[in-house]
Write a protein that binds this ligand. Structure first.
Ligand code: FE2
Length: 795
C-alpha cells in the first residue's frame, strides 16, 4: 500500500534542491517573490482569462478557493456575486491565482451594484499594486496601500485622477473595466464605466503610472479609505454603522500577459488537513484521526467530505464525514489502521453549484508509517504573531527537515491577525472572525501538516484572551478584553468549542471527554507513536485565576516589586492542572505499554524563566501566567511527571529555554524545553545576571544567565540554556522575527539509546547547513532519559 518512506524522501530531496537555490536569495532577509510551483507564465497559447464562479455559487460566507476576503466575516456570496456586508473601510477580495508580475497588458472588469450608502460613498472598484515587502501572494493580501481604480459618488477615480461619471450619484449598477498597457517603463491605465444594461459608456479616465506601481496582488475593493478599519473593533457582528457604502461585485474577470497565473495558490474550499496516528493499545489498534477543514459553506452546499486512501494502486473510499457547521471541520476516525505502511490519502469535497453541476475539489497527502525501530523526529512550534506571516523560513525549514510529528503548542493566532479587529460576540460572527485568523495558520503550514501527524493545542490568544486561567470552564464574570487577569473564559462557550474543534478534533481520543463548565470540551489524553508516549495536557484549562491572591501591583497577574514575598501567593486550594489531569498523568507515568520514552506536551513551562517582559526595562519578579504558579500544585505536577522520565515540551513564552525542574532539591526532576516563537511578538528576556539573582552550579559551557536558581516564585529551576532576543527593528518581517528570537524547536527521540537530542533553531537560517550559529546558545544538547528523574549526567 502506498509510497514508502524512502520514496517520499527522494521526492523531498528533489524539492529541497530547488528550495536551496531559493534560500540563497533569502539570506538577506528577502524571500523569493512568487512561488513558481504550478505557475503559468502568460504566453500566447496560455489563457490567463478567469471569471469568478459566483453566478453559480450558493449563498455562503466562503467566497471560493481563488480568493482571500478582507475580512472573511464581512463578505458573502449573495445573489450571484460577492457582497460586502460592512460599511467600514478597506474591505477587499484578493485574487490568489492572478498576480501582476510584469509590465504588460491586462484587463479586469466587474459589475458593481451599489447596495447602500452611509454618510458618504467610500467608493468601490479595484485596488491593485498590492504588495508587501516580500511581494508574495499571501502576505500581499494584508496590504492596504495600493492603486485605487473605481466609482465613488458621481466620479470615476484612478490613482490621483478623477473624471465625471454620467448619472454616477443615482446609478445603481455600473460595469467597470480597467485596462493596463505597457509603454516603455510606464504603464498606462484606463478605467471605463459602462451602463450595466445598454453597455453605453458613462465615463472614462486614463493615467500613466510607473511600471512598479502595478506589480503585486489585485483586488476588488469596497470603501477605498482604510480609515474605518479600526472601527470594526466595536463591531458586534452587525453590518457596520461607521461608514460609507457597500456594494455587490459580479463577473469579475481577469486577463492578460501582465498576470502570472498560479492555480496552486488556491486556498480552499478544502483548506488543509491535520491528522494523528496513535497506538491505542486497545482492540482498535492504531487509530488514525484526520480533520479536513473547509471554508464556511452555505446551507445548500455539500456538508460532507470524503476520505480515500490508496491501496494496491487504487483509491478506496473510507466514507464521508460531516462538516461541523461552526468549526467547518470534518473529522474521520479510522480504527485498526495499518501503521506499518505509508498510505497516500485524498480528501474530496464535491462543491455543488446552483445550476446542478458539481466541482470535485481534492486535497492529498500521506499518512506516514509508524516510525518504528528508528529515532522519532519531532518539530515543536509555538506563537505565530502575524507580522511575520507567512513565516516562510520556518515553513521551508520544516519541509527540509521532514519531521515525523509536528507540534504546535498554542497561539496559532493573535487577536489582531489580519487586521479588521475582533468580534467577541455573539458566537456566530465571533467564530467567523476566529476562523479567518486560524486559516492563516493553515495557509502558512499546510504543506508540512499534509504529510506528518500534527498535534495542535489551543492556548489563550486562540480563544481571544491575552492570558487564560480557565478555572474549569467558568464564564468570566465581567468581560475583560485587556490583559485578562480574571479567571474564566471571556468568549461564548460555543466559540471556545469551535476553537477546540479546529485545533484538536483530529487528536487521539481524549482520556476522559467529559466537558467542563459551560459544556466546554476537553482534550487531555495521550498518543503513542514511534515508540514514544506523549501526554497531551491543557495546563490552563483548570488553572486558578490571580484574583484569588493579592499581588499588590497594578496588574493582578504581575509581581513587579523585587521585595514582594511570593510565598504568600501559594494559597491553599489553588489549582494548576486540576484533579482530572493529575489523575490522568499519574496513570500515564506508570503506563509503558507500546513505548519506552515519554514526553509531556502542554502550553507553557512550569518555571518562571523570564525576568523582563514587554520591553528591555520591563522587570517583573514573577508572572502568574507562567506554570510556576501556584507553587504547591506546580510541585505536585512535577512530582507526578518525575517517574515518567518525560521531557516537558512547551512554548508560549516567546523565549526559548531549556530548564530542569527541582522540587525537593535542585535538579531532582524533569527537563523542560520551551521552544522559540515562530514569530515572536511581545518580548521576554531572562537576564538574572544583570539583576544579581543568585545562582549556583553554572553549566560547563559557562553561558551567561544559566545555572541553578530560585525563580520569582521560589521554585527550583536549573536553567541550562536561554535564547534571549534583541530588540526587533528591521523593516523586513523576516529579519525582524529573527532579531526577536523567533524560530522553532526540534527533538529527536532515540528509543534505543534512550536519549532526546534537543535543537532550538533561529528564524532566518537553513537548518540543514550545519552552521553552529543556526541555534541559540546552549543548543543542541543531548539529554538522557533518566536525567528527567534527577539522575543527572549533564553539568
Ligand atoms: Fe504567545
Amino acid at each position: 500500500m502506498g509510497t514508502t518512506r524512502s520514496e517520499r524522501c527522494i521526492a523531498l530531496m528533489k524539492r529541497t534542491i530547488s528550495r536551496r537555490t531559493g534560500l540563497k536569495l533569502m539570506t538577506a532577509g528577502t524571500l523569493l517573490g512568487f512561488s513558481t510551483r504550478n505557475a503559468v507564465h502568460a504566453a500566447k497559447d496560455q489563457p490567463t482569462a478567469k471569471t469568478d464562479d459566483w453566478a453559480k455559487t450558493h449563498d455562503r460566507v466562503f467566497l471560493g478557493g481563488e480568493y482571500w476576503a478582507n475580512p472573511m466575516e464581512d463578505w458573502r456570496v449573495s445573489e450571484g456575486g460577492a457582497e460586502c456586508l460592512h460599511l467600514g473601510g478597506g474591505r477587499s477580495v484578493h485574487s490568489l491565482t492572478h498576480q501582476v508580475t510584469q509590465n504588460g497588458a491586462f484587463t479586469m472588469s466587474v459589475l458593481l451594484t451599489r447596495l447602500e450608502i452611509g454618510k458618504s460613498d467610500g467608493g468601490a472598484g479595484f485596488r491593485i499594486g498590492l504588495r508587501s515587502e516580500l511581494n508574495e501572494h499571501r502576505s500581499n493580501c494584508f496590504v492596504q496601500k495600493g492603486l485605487n481604480a473605481g466609482w465613488q459618488g458621481d466620479q470615476l477615480l484612478l490613482g490621483p485622477k478623477t473624471a465625471p461619471l454620467k448619472d454616477g450619484s443615482v446609478l445603481k449598477q455600473v460595469r467597470l473595466t480597467l485596462k493596463g498597457a505597457a509603454e516603455g517603463n510606464k504603464c498606462v491605465l484606463t478605467l471605463t464605466a459602462n451602463a450595466a444594461d445598454s453597455g453605453a459608456e458613462l465615463g472614462t479616465v486614463s493615467h500613466e503610472f510607473g511600471a512598479e506601481e502595478i506589480l503585486g496582488n489585485v483586488s476588488i475593493a469596497n470603501n477605498f479609505a482604510a480609515g474605518a478599519v479600526a472601527g470594526a473593533k466595536k463591531n458586534k457582528g452587525k453590518a457596520g454603522a461607521a461608514g460609507a457604502g457597500r456594494y455587490r461585485f459580479q463577473n469579475w474577470t481577469l486577463e492578460g500577459n501582465a498576470f502570472t497565473v498560479t492555480p496552486g495558490n488556491r486556498f480552499g474550499p478544502l483548506l488543509w488537513s491535520m491528522y494523528s496516528l496513535s497506538d491505542s493499545r486497545t482492540e482498535d489498534g492504531f487509530v488514525m484521526k484526520l480533520s479536513a477543514l473547509t471554508g464556511p459553506m452555505g446551507a445548500k452546499d455539500s456538508q460532507v467530505v470524503e476520505l480515500q486512501v490508496q491501496q494496491g494502486g487504487a483509491w478506496k473510499s473510507l466514507g464521508t464525514a460531516k462538516l461541523d457547521p461552526d468549526a467547518w471541520v470534518a473529522t474521520f476516525r479510522i480504527p485498526k489502521w495499518d501503521a506499518k505502511q505509508a498510505a497516500p490519502y485524498k480528501l474530496v469535497y464535491r462543491e455543488k453549484h446552483t445550476d446542478g453541476s458539481e466541482t470535485p475539489h481534492e486535497w492529498t497527502g500521506t499518512i506516514t508509517a509508524d516510525p518504528e525501530g528508528r529515532p522519532l523526529r519531532m518539530a515543536a512550534l509555538t506563537c505565530q504573531n502575524d507580522y511575520g506571516f507567512p513565516y516562510a523560513p520556518v515553513a521551508e525549514n520544516l519541509l527540509k527537515l521532514d519531521p515525523d510529528l509536528v507540534f504546535f503548542s498554542g497561539d496559532q493566532i493573535y487577536e489582531n491577525h489580519g487586521g479588521f479587529g475582533i468580534i467577541r460576540e455573539p458566537a456566530e460572527p465571533a467564530i467567523l472572525n476566529y476562523l479567518r485568523k486560524f486559516y492563516q495558520h493553515g495557509w502558512a503550514f499546510r504543506e508540512v501538516m499534509r504529510n506528518a501527524p500534527t498535534l495542535c493545542l489551543p492556548d489563550d490568544h486562540d480563544v481571544f484572551q491575552g492570558n487564560i486561567w480557565g478555572e474549569g470552564g467558568r464564564k468570566m464574570d465581567v468581560g475583560d478584553t485587556g490583559a485578562s487577569s480574571k479567571g474564566g473564559y471571556i468568549e461564548p462557550a460555543r466559540m471556545v468549542n469551535a476553537v477546540h474543534k479546529t485545533n484538536v478534533a483530529h487528536h487521539p481520543d481524549a482520556y476522559d471527554s467529559k466537558p467542563v463548565l459551560q459544556d466546554i470540551s476537553v482534550y487531555y489524553g495521550d498518543m503513542v507513536y514511534g515508540g514514544v508516549g506523549f501526554a497531551i495536557i491543557a495546563d490552563r484549562q483548570w488553572k486558578s485565576g490571580p484574583g484569588h491572591v493579592a499581588t499588590g501591583g497594578a496588574r493582578a497577574d504581575h509581581v513587579a516589586d523585587p521585595n514582594f514575598d511570593t510565598a504568600k501567593l501559594d494559597k491553599a486550594g489553588l489549582v494548576l492542572l486540576g484533579e482530572r489531569q493529575e489523575e490522568f498523568l499519574k496513570k500515564w507515568a506508570q503506563d509503558w505499554r507500546g513505548h519506552t520514552l515519554k514526553a509531556v506536551l502542554s502550553q507553557t513551562v512550569f518555571a518562571n524563566v523570564a525576568t523582563h517582559h514587554g520591553g528591555p526595562d520591563g522587570y517583573l519578579k514573577a508572572d502568574l501566567d507562567s506554570g510556576s504558579w501556584p507553587q504547591t500544585p506546580r510541585n505536585r505536577a512535577v512530582e507526578i511527571m518525575r517517574p515518567s522520565m518525560a521531557l516537558h515540551i512547551n512554548g508560549d513564552q516567546h523565549l526559548t529555554t531549556l530548564t530542569q525542574y527541582g522540587v525537593e532539591q535542585q535538579r531532582d526532576s524533569n527537563w523542560s524545553f520551551c521552544t522559540p516563537a515562530i514569530s515572536a511578538g511581545y518580548p521576554r528576556w531572562w537576564r538574572p545576571d544583570e539583576m544579581k539573582m543568585p545562582h549556583t552550579n553554572r553549566p560547563k559551557h559557562g553561558h551567561a544567565n544559566t545555572g541553578e536558581y530560585l525563580d520569582g516564585f521560589g521554585n527550583k529551576a536549573y536553567v541550562y540554556a536561554v535564547g534571549n532576543p534583541e530588540i526587533g527593528q528591521a523593516a523586513n518581517r523576516y529579519d525582524k522575527a529573527h532579531e526577536k528570537g523567533s524560530g522553532f524547536g526540534f527533538i529527536t527521540f532515540d528509543t534505543e539509546k534512550k536519549t532526546y537530542f534537543i535543537e532550538s533553531f533561529r528564524f532566518l537560517i537553513d537548518a540543514t547547513d550545519g552552521k553552529p550559529t543556526n541555534q541559540f546558545p546552549g543548543w543542541p544538547m543531548t539529554l538522557q532519559q533518566k536525567e528527567n528523574r534527577g539522575e543527572n549526567v549533564i553539568g
